[in-house]
Design a protein around this ligand. Structure first.
Ligand SMILES: NC(=O)c1ccc[n+]([C@@H]2O[C@H](COP(=O)([O-])OP(=O)(O)OC[C@H]3O[C@@H](n4cnc5c(N)ncnc54)[C@H](OP(=O)(O)O)[C@@H]3O)[C@@H](O)[C@H]2O)c1
Length: 348
């Protein structure tokens, strides 16, 4: 029998915000792939994307043969994922999906490796693993070590989410509107429900009957599935005129006492977390500084005097990295490092 070769990885949605970042993260981390293919829609066929110091020619998803591909990192919208992920998965290719199409299915693991890597075990049932929403990923990385120590009862979170979370067209909309304001051109909102330049919008995704938006609901459902179904969470999700990096103001109530100093020490040791918390001008992290970085930054750790056992935090991360591309590649690394998958191709 031939020697096993490295993995063949497909990045679907490779021309998008998340897909481009996936290619960067795969290259930076030296993921053990012999071959990486870039896929997108017919619109992008033949265009080029960067992969480390190489360029890849983009192929079309709907004519691509996945039979010798081991892992597909999928970052296209939910409707395309609904159609394509099962077809790809049936070709014995594990799909790690970034859309919300599969996250809430009981037999699809929803994974943040620092928090619940062991839950990946059941992935063969569907051959699909889901990546959480960007705002949930960074939140649970910060909550998990504190939950292990003092047991979280309730979380109240307000998000400040960048436009890159809504895709590349939303980034263009912020840029175009900002320029239009300066040159007194008329403003046009296509991707955002209202003007985003020099504004904030308290709506991400669609409204539900209960008055919450779907984004707010996702944070509740995903935190329960990833971390603990007993945690109560309530969110207000807000879009802000920032290109990259989501911020969150988080109020947490615990079962057991925990001081700000204890929380700071715990978070300093926690995987994926970086504490920057000096009680002085600028002694905290903003999204501008978090862009392009892997860590979930935690600042402004303080006790909440209005409840028993309460803490307040400021949590910032690059939504395209921990919120999407990095998390997806970390899931692929869990599969490889735990020997849960084998490369299909063998050397001659
Ligand atoms: N941005 C974030 O922070 C974030 C975080 C977590 C999850 N997600 C999710 O990840 C997914 C991608 O987000 P994004 O921000 O990268 O979006 P994006 O920048 O708008 O990119 C979308 C990608 O999907 C491709 N695509 C669209 N329709 C297609 C089709 N019919 N067949 C094949 N490819 C198609 C596009 O290819 P073309 O260039 O050829 O059109 C492009 O590569 C979404 O489901 C999003 O909700 C995003």
């Amino acid at each position: 029998m031939g020697e096993i070769m490295g993995f063949k990885v497909a990045v679907a949605g490779a021309t998008g915000n998340v897909g481009r970042e996936m290619l960067s993260v795969l290259a930076e981390r030296g993921f053990p792939a012999d071959e990486v293919v870039a896929l997108a829609s017919r619109r992008s066929q033949g265009t080029e994307v960067s992969f480390g110091d190489r360029t890849l020619k983009v192929k079309t998803l709907d004519t691509f043969d996945f039979s010798d591909v081991d892992i597909c990192l999928m970052s296209i919208g939910g409707a395309v994922s609904k159609e394509w992920s099962p077809k790809i998965a049936r070709q014995d290719c594990v799909v790690i999906d970034n859309s919300s199409a599969w996250r809430y299915d009981a037999d699809v693991p929803l994974i943040v490796p620092e928090v619940n890597a062991d839950a990946v075990a059941g992935f063969r049932k569907r051959n699909i693993i889901a990546n959480p929403n960007c705002s949930t990923a960074q939140l649970v990385v910060a909550l998990k070590p504190l939950h292990d120590r003092a047991t979280i009862r309730r979380v109240v979170v307000a998000t400040y989410q960048s436009v890159s979370g809504a895709g590349k067209e939303a980034m263009e909309e912020l840029f175009t509107q900002t320029r239009a304001v300066f040159v007194s051109d008329p403003l046009d909102s296509k991707k955002m429900p209202k003007r985003i330049a020099f504004n904030v919008i308290p709506q991400i995704d669609v409204f539900q009957d209960d008055g919450f938006t779907r984004e707010e609901w996702k944070m509740v459902a995903e935190t329960k599935k990833i971390l603990d179904p007993k945690i109560k969470l309530v969110a207000t999700c807000v879009r802000v005129p920032v290109f990259i990096g989501h911020s969150e103001a988080v109020a947490i109530e615990f079962e057991n006492p925990i001081t700000a100093d204890e929380a700071r020490d715990i978070l300093r040791e926690a995987p994926g977390c970086l504490v920057v918390d000096k009680r002085e001008d600028g002694g905290y992290v903003t999204p501008y500084e978090a862009a392009g970085e892997d860590a979930t930054y935690i600042s402004r750790i303080r006790e909440d005097p209005t409840v028993d056992n309460g803490l307040m935090l400021w949590v910032v991360s690059d939504n395209l990295r921990k919120g999407a591309a990095l998390n997806a590649v970390q899931i692929a690394e869990v599969l490889v490092n735990r020997k849960l998958i084998e490369a299909k191709r063998k050397a001659a």
